[in-house]
Design a protein around this ligand. Structure first.
Ligand code: SAM
Ligand code: SF4
Length: 387
């Protein structure tokens, strides 16, 4: 792929442009129940709140959108920096990373984590950029663990994993997704624009020899680049006992090369693997992104097919995303993101934050519009959103 012309500045403006958090906060405040609008003595107000909470129970402490979907899953991007330049994600051109003070600090991330957990978030995935390039990630995971996150996972390119695996586990990490887009060294290095094949394979070994096993291995298939490796990846799952996940290429690449012809449909991947090694579907939770399969002959390993382009799964989506610079995104393809960093830094109380977050989530998109004739990709690309 040749270098494209994506402008990060355009992307960066998104959070502030259509946002107006103050007015949104004001609007959502006005929408709050009569109870909260009454001018009561603080102690009566607290008692009234507890009574209200008791009556409506979980509804107070959960996040819902207007389509009735409960949001339980938060992806936290802790950095926009990455040591790889995968062709389907970043540009070969140097990118202008956010300044350090634009990225949420650890204390800010701690505060947001507490607020989100109080709102019923149960699953947290740490991502980036490349999460392992940010110093302090193990300590952050330890704090999330002690806050009681039920399901704590990370997505990584695996380059720094072998040396960090044990510390991550000790901190409380329980699941890991490792990206691996080719089993062929030369092709891997071309896709990632690195020389890191051996270190990534070492990272996979370390994960497989630890309590993180079975690791989920993510491959983004791009037609004409690595779609000839479907069967080889399935063989890798069988040999290594990993969960091999194929992700359809989405229009989130910095070079804007995505087109439908480059997408390898999940149905094709299923057909090819099934022809070689018959597959049996494994039941999945409605909100899960992957359709899961085991090998009918009882071989170890599993196959996951993630088809956001050809079989969108938005109807049961339970996810929201926090970008490294503190923007809340209700969909990977949101046109607008919402500036939590501004709220934090302008002194918003926890109550203000909760009110704002609930009002933003309420307006979560019904679904992405990749397949609509007027679809326009978001200005933020995957490395800035956090996959
Ligand atoms: N750097 C880490 C990694 O690569 O695993 C975490 C961040 S990366 C943005 C998260 C996931 O997004 C990876 O599995 C990556 O393959 C996937 N991804 C990136 N760009 C994508 C695209 N255009 N379409 C589909 N998946 C993409
Ligand atoms: Fe970096 Fe991950 Fe994007 Fe590859 S997919 S460039 S490793 S953020």
């Amino acid at each position: 792929m040749a270098a494209g012309a994506m402008s990060w500045r355009t992307a960066g403006n998104e959070g502030l442009a259509g946002n107006g958090w103050a007015s949104r906060l004001e609007r959502s405040r006005r929408r709050k129940s009569t109870l909260f609008r009454l001018r009561l003595h603080p102690s009566i107000r607290i008692q009234a709140f507890l009574f209200y909470a008791m009556i409506v129970g979980h509804k107070v402490m959960t996040l819902h959108d207007k389509f009735g979907r409960q949001i339980t899953d938060l992806r936290i991007s802790i950095t926009d920096r990455c040591n790889f330049r995968c062709v389907y994600c970043r540009s070969a051109d140097p990118e202008n990373y956010r300044d350090h003070d634009e990225i949420l600090s650890w204390p800010e991330l701690d505060r947001l984590a507490r607020i989100f957990l109080g709102l019923g978030i149960r699953k947290v995935r740490i991502t980036g950029g490349e999460p392992l390039v940010r110093e302090g990630v193990e300590d952050y995971i330890a704090r999330l663990h002690s806050l009681g996150v039920e399901d704590l996972s990370m997505t990584t390119n695996g380059h720094l994993l072998a040396e960090r695996c044990e510390r991550l586990i000790q901190a409380g990490l329980r699941r890991i997704n490792i990206s691996l887009d080719s089993l062929d060294r030369a092709k891997f290095e071309k896709i990632t624009r690195t020389k890191s094949f051996a270190t990534v394979m070492g990272g996979i070994d370390a994960a497989q020899n630890s309590r993180l096993a079975p690791a989920k291995i993510n491959a983004v298939l791009v037609r004409g680049i690595n779609d000839d490796e479907v069967e080889a990846f399935a063989g890798f799952a069988r040999e290594r006992g990993v969960i091999m996940r194929f992700i359809e290429f989405m229009p989130l690449d910095a070079d804007r090369h995505w087109n439908r012809g480059l997408v390898v449909p999940a149905v094709e991947i299923h057909r090819r693997i099934h022809a070689r090694w018959p597959l049996q579907q494994i039941p999945h939770e409605r909100s899960e992104t992957a359709r899961k399969y085991r090998f009918a002959d009882g071989a170890p390993g599993e196959i996951g097919l993630i088809a956001p382009v050809t079989q969108p799964f938005c109807g049961h989506c339970s996810r929201i995303r926090l970008t490294a610079d503190g923007k809340l995104r209700t969909c990977l393809f949101s046109k607008e993101d919402h500036d939590l960093r501004a709220l934090l830094r302008e002194g918003a109380s926890d109550e203000d934050m909760v009110t704002y977050i609930r009002s933003v989530v309420m307006e979560k998109e019904e679904g992405h519009r990749i397949n609509a004739p007027d679809f326009v990709p978001p200005s933020r690309t995957m490395v800035f959103i956090g996959g």
